[in-house]
Design a protein around this ligand. Structure first.
Ligand SMILES: [Mn+2]
Length: 375
């Protein structure tokens, strides 16, 4: 920690600016963005970190907070990447918006550096951040609770649809207008996070969307949203469809060979649209891990808590009301070992969902699979 220095939050200039805040925002004294900036004001550099396989909400949030810190405090910032970014849309976002990311495992921390974690919380098993990282602030909206003791600044709002909305409210409070690139990143972050489910959105999300829309580059948005897909995507999807089993209102899909870890999420995003089910789970193997992704089509599903309960000590899991993810390290990738873990998970899931143990009905019958192959 650097020596305490006078903060900017309490000076007259700040108060004068605060009085010009757009209507509907908090009065200066209670503004979290002031406290956030005050907390960082003594440092020489601010580094943004987020969860493994960063998604648009975490990328947009890092970009937005870095911009805020640079504009208001004049402190240099850097953005990091934990793990891969493999979903085609997310890669397009990074490429088209030219977001520079330093791999987290190559970073050495400076003595006068502050780390800000966004869209995630410490010790939730979702990062490879060293214990020595000088974590000063956490800004998030996930249900999964992290270890927040000893963090100087915490703003975790579970009622929010996206962390990008929270970051946008900070920018608005501080009268920092995002350029087209940043507005596009924030807007895309919110849009993907809400995925058309207004129940997960709050008035803060609405205000952010309305604020950002005119500022964003809609052509770039379209290019990101409609990113071109690699051949492996179709291969993975075919594997998933051929190994999908229906149990009452639940569909489970097993993929033996995920082309990339985020494919599990892409599979359930697709399967949850099946009108006969309320729940979709995909379990796919990638790098000796069973990657899990869960979606719910019903409100108040508490998917994050449910998956975390189902996975238990086998691995880790968490998420939101309708979306959750998890990971189980595999001690063996032998077919029998994978069968065992799959049947254990299925058993636990059916029990938790009060679905009677039954033989799963294939989404596509074996007969049809073979028939289609031969014609
Ligand atoms: Mn998020």
């Amino acid at each position: 920690m650097p020596d305490p220095k006078p903060t900017r939050a309490g000076n007259g200039k700040q108060r004068e600016k605060a009085s010009k805040s757009p209507p509907g925002l908090r009065p200066a004294a209670a503004r979290r963005s002031d406290r956030f900036l005050a907390q960082l004001s003594g440092y020489k550099r601010v580094t943004l970190v987020t969860h493994v396989n960063p998604d648009p909400d975490s990328l947009g949030s890092m970009l937005g907070l870095a911009h805020l810190v640079e504009k208001k405090l004049g402190i240099p910032t850097r953005l990091t990447r934990d793990g891969l970014i493999s979903r085609a849309e997310n890669r397009a976002m990074v490429d088209l918006l030219e977001i520079e990311l330093e791999p987290i495992d190559t970073i050495a921390w400076d003595p006068h550096e502050a780390v800000v974690m966004v869209d995630s919380q410490p010790n939730t098993g979702r990062h490879h951040l060293g214990e020595d990282a000088p974590l000063v602030a956490v800004i998030d909206h996930h249900d999964t609770p992290g270890d927040l003791d000893n963090i100087d600044f915490v703003d975790v709002r579970r009622s929010l649809g996206a962390t990008c909305s929270l970051v946008t409210s900070y920018l608005r409070e501080q009268l920092v207008s995002p350029d087209a690139r940043l507005a596009t990143a924030l807007l895309y972050g919110i849009e993907t996070e809400l995925c058309g489910y207004p129940r997960e959105a709050s008035p803060v999300d609405d205000k952010a969307l309305i604020h950002l829309y005119p500022l964003a580059d809609k052509d770039l948005m379209a290019r990101i949203r409609n990113a071109r897909l690699p051949q492996t995507y179709f291969n993975g999807l075919l594997q998933a469809l051929q190994n999908s089993f229906i149990y009452d209102r639940l569909i489970i899909s097993w993929v033996d060979d995920l082309p990339q870890p985020e494919m599990a999420a892409e599979v359930v995003d697709f399967l949850i649209r099946f009108e006969e089910v309320d729940w979709a789970l995909c379990g796919g193997i990638y790098n000796n891990n069973l990657i899990l992704s869960l979606r719910a089509a019903v409100p108040d599903a508490q998917a994050g808590e449910l998956l975390s309960k189902v996975v238990g000590k086998l691995g880790r899991a968490g998420g939101h009301d309708r979306r959750a993810g998890g990971l189980i390290p595999l001690t063996s990738v032998a077919e029998s070992a994978i069968d065992n873990i799959q049947s254990e998970l299925r058993k636990r899931l059916l029990k938790t969902m009060h679905i009677e143990e039954c033989r799963g009905q294939r989404l596509v019958s074996k007969r049809d699979i073979l028939h289609n192959l031969h014609t």
